[in-house]
Design a protein around this ligand. Structure first.
Ligand code: NAG
Length: 357
């Protein structure tokens, strides 16, 4: 936001307050106005310094565009509208956790509900929608939950691998109410905190790929994200848990916006994977680096950055509400989320709607 527009926003805000007080019929309008103005805002901003994540393979670039050679490799992006998300709840999930994750996903588009106040989840997705394919079609801004399937019986066990996760999808698409949607569909497998995954915590908090026709019958883009709450919150629910080696002396973990480090942490990873799925669904569209088996994608480039001034142990300037809960995005139904920034192809830098400039 430019200084001029910030001024304008401030000015309009003041004007609104003033007119509200003037229109009240109370005789002590002056007193009311003073009270209104002295009320502390609903949130304050801060930029805490935290110990870095322990994830050894972190590919953080922290901003310098000279080092980043993000290129387009001629493949498709998710440009058809709407993007249909099919959710597979693997293992034991509580309804409040499911509602929280669904509120995040449903906050991406503003169809069917009023836009959340800025900075919003839908503003955040705008950066993702700047990616286009060779026909000039941009990533869709419209995202819906097209179907859900609960795999309560752990159909493929409590330890999954990169391959068996495809069998989970195969099982889900074979169950009647869950279609094979290879035009607009993406499949999200969300595992409960008792499910372990190959490389989970050690190298990945989530990943995306596409299914093999030999395993599922079709090529379907999918992502897996696990609830790390019990296994490795300091890695995958960072910054709501910080590495233990800091002991008691270092800066503490941040308070999660919805009081659940595991699921709140998962939401940022879901955002990361969705952004990458949308811009690189078949791993032949937008990525940096020369190695397509280890692409650096638009979420990887900004891991650990949530606001202006992030990098080097700082997460960037984010907001804190009256209860001390940390967030940077507003969602539907008054929800708040803390979600990492995304690489912008226009700014050639990490970007998010809570940026100060
Ligand atoms: C589509 O992507 C191009 C290339 O990044 C961008 O310049 C344009 O603003 C995008 N269009 C929309 C409607 O977002």
């Amino acid at each position: 936001m430019s200084p001029l527009s910030s001024f304008f926003v401030l000015f309009s805000f003041f004007f609104l307050l003033l007119s509200a007080s003037l229109s009240s019929s109370s005789s002590n309008a002056h007193e009311e106005k003073v009270q209104t103005l002295s009320t502390s805002p609903q949130y304050s901003t801060f930029n805490p310094k935290l110990p870095p994540k322990t994830l050894s393979s972190s590919k953080k670039f922290e901003g310098s565009s000279d080092l980043v050679n993000l290129r387009y490799h001629m493949g498709p992006v998710l440009s058809s509208s709407p993007i249909n998300i099919y959710l597979i709840w693997y293992g034991k999930w509580t309804q409040p956790h499911q509602l929280l994750i669904k509120d995040f996903l449903l906050s991406i588009s503003t169809i069917n509900h009023r836009a959340a106040p800025s900075p919003s989840v839908s503003d955040w997705w705008r950066t993702v929608s700047l990616y286009a394919d060779q026909t000039g079609a941009n990533v869709s801004r419209s995202v819906v939950i097209a179907g859900e399937h609960s795999d309560l019986g752990y159909s493929h066990g409590t330890h999954l691998t990169r391959l068996s996760v495809q069998q989970v999808i195969a099982t889900a698409v074979r169950s009647a109410p869950f279609p094979v949607d290879h035009r607009n569909g993406i499949y999200l497998i969300l595992t409960s905190e008792d499910v372990t995954m190959q490389d989970f915590c050690r190298a990945v908090c989530g990943f995306h790929y596409f299914t093999f026709p030999s395993m599922v019958g079709y090529t379907l883009p999918y992502a897996w994200i696990g609830n790390s709450g019990k296994q490795c919150p300091e890695v995958c629910a960072y910054p709501f848990a910080v590495p233990g080696y800091m002991g008691g002396g270092g800066p503490g973990a941040l308070s999660p916006p919805n009081n659940d480090a595991g699921v709140d942490g998962m939401i940022s990873v879901i955002g990361h994977e969705l952004a990458e799925l949308a811009s690189n669904p078949l791993v032949n569209a937008w990525y940096a680096g020369e190695d397509p088996t280890a692409p650096t994608e638009i979420g990887d480039l900004c891991e650990g950055l949530y606001g202006t001034g992030g990098g080097g142990g700082y997460i960037g300037q984010v907001m804190r509400d009256k209860e001390g809960r940390t967030f940077n995005l507003n969602g539907r139904r008054g929800r708040k989320f803390l979600v990492q920034w995304i690489w912008s192809p226009v700014l050639k830098a990490c970007a998010g709607p809570n940026a100060l400039d």
